[in-house]
Design a protein around this ligand. Structure first.
Ligand code: GLA
Length: 383
């Protein structure tokens, strides 16, 4: 659905259910050019917000409970704002979690009515959940707190919602990208210091293309949390706070004390940390061949050492390589979802056509293809 159609649908349903109009807010899904599974290791990431959003219309209702309607799931929930009022539907727990995390920090939230929808594909690794959290965190800050909560805290409110209400022990990348996203720019974030820099991104002669395997990735209760535990065990063994502060020499010296699995997890993270920095330099130099090569290296590491790929994603990566695509890799947490591909303009149409045909031949359905437009993050939606 286009964002404009979605807005009209939300407004129409809000009017039917709750009467007087509220205020519209939106926040974006994200891509990540490079730096995967580095965020919770204190490393670097390189995300950007995209032109697909979660959008909500919201109005304080003067009642003692929140009334929420999900357009996409055609489901309704009501809940109070105390800890014991947690709703059972998992989609509503994202909204409840954001309310609770604001209240826990001493912020204000009053009951409200809301209708929301999204065109960020679910389970595709584009962070629809972070977009939802960031949309509500931004909105409740605007409506009830005079925008006194700073943007980093808004991102952390979303992240804590995942940890405390949704069972995913995620890093900060997705919520950061969704809150801080800026049209035409990627962001290099140092997840240890939270220092960040915007990089204009408009690679002349190339396009970013997402190929969605449509294998649904689900991070809650998944091996995602176990990957994080492996990293934390190795960091502890090496006497550092996070793997950001570890070296390959130290890791190799401790190899005999670490399980083979944990060793390969940590090795990937240390290599990925260096790759992000190499990609930043290559981008500044306009050297997209190096960017692409690093993307392939990341895919290999995510597949063989970090083991978060799946057959379909490896297949997509092989097809990209075979067709001469400049760079291709799994994007996001893994276990399904999309590959991100850096494709020369002249190869674009052929790539899209071939990747669809070859995937269809092998798996019996076409992958979804999304062209990436780097866009703004959380905002009042006034377009
Ligand atoms: C998910 C998490 C992020 C990050 C990525 C992998 O998207 O939510 O915090 O760890 O996986 O880079």
């Amino acid at each position: 659905m286009t964002t404009k159609d979605m807005k009209e649908k939300i407004q129409q349903i809000f009017k039917e259910k709750f009467g007087e109009p509220g205020t519209l807010y939106a926040s974006a899904g994200r891509i990540n050019l490079i730096g995967e599974h580095t965020d919770y290791n204190g490393g670097f990431v390189f995300p950007g917000a995209i032109d697909k959003v979660m959008m909500a219309e919201i109005r304080p209702n003067g009642l003692d409970k929140v009334r929420a309607y999900s357009v996409d799931l055609e489901d309704y929930a009501e809940f109070g704002l105390n800890e014991e009022d947690a709703p059972t539907q998992s989609w509503a727990r994202y909204i409840f979690g954001v309310c609770r995390e604001i209240l826990k920090r001493g912020g204000q939230v009053k009951p409200f009515d809301t209708v929301f929808a999204g065109n960020v594909p679910l389970g595709a690794g584009l962070s629809s959940s972070a977009a939802l959290e960031s949309c509500f965190a931004f909105a409740l800050n605007d409506l009830f707190n005079g925008n006194s909560i700073d943007k980093f805290e808004l991102a952390k409110i979303g992240q804590s919602t995942e940890h405390n209400y949704c069972g995913v022990n995620c890093g900060i990348m997705d919520q950061f990208a969704s809150v801080f996203g800026k049209k035409g720019h990627l962001m290099r974030l140092d997840c240890r210091s939270l220092e960040h820099e915007y990089y204009p991104f408009d690679p002349e002669g190339y396009k970013l293309v997402l190929v969605d395997s449509r294998v649904k990735h689900e991070l809650a209760d998944s091996p995602y949390n176990r990957r994080r535990e492996s990293c934390e065990r190795v960091a502890k063994r090496l006497g550092v706070e996070t793997l950001r502060d570890a070296t390959m020499e130290a890791l190799n010296a401790a190899k005999s004390d670490i399980s083979a699995e944990d060793y390969f997890r940590a090795k990937f993270v240390l290599e990925e940390k260096d790759r992000v920095l190499a990609v930043c330099d290559a981008l500044v130099a306009g050297d997209y061949e190096t960017v692409g090569q690093k993307m392939y290296e990341t895919h290999r590491g995510l597949s063989k050492d970090y083991e978060v790929s799946c057959e379909e994603l490896d297949f997509l990566n092989d097809v990209a390589k075979d067709l001469g695509v400049t760079g291709s890799r799994i994007m996001g947490g893994g276990f399904g979802g999309c590959t991100i591909n850096l494709v020369k303009d002249e190869l674009h149409d052929k790539f899209v056509e071939e990747v669809k045909a070859r995937f269809n031949e092998k798996y019996g359905h076409e992958p979804n293809i999304y062209d990436v437009v780097i866009s703004d993050g959380a905002r009042r939606y006034e377009e």
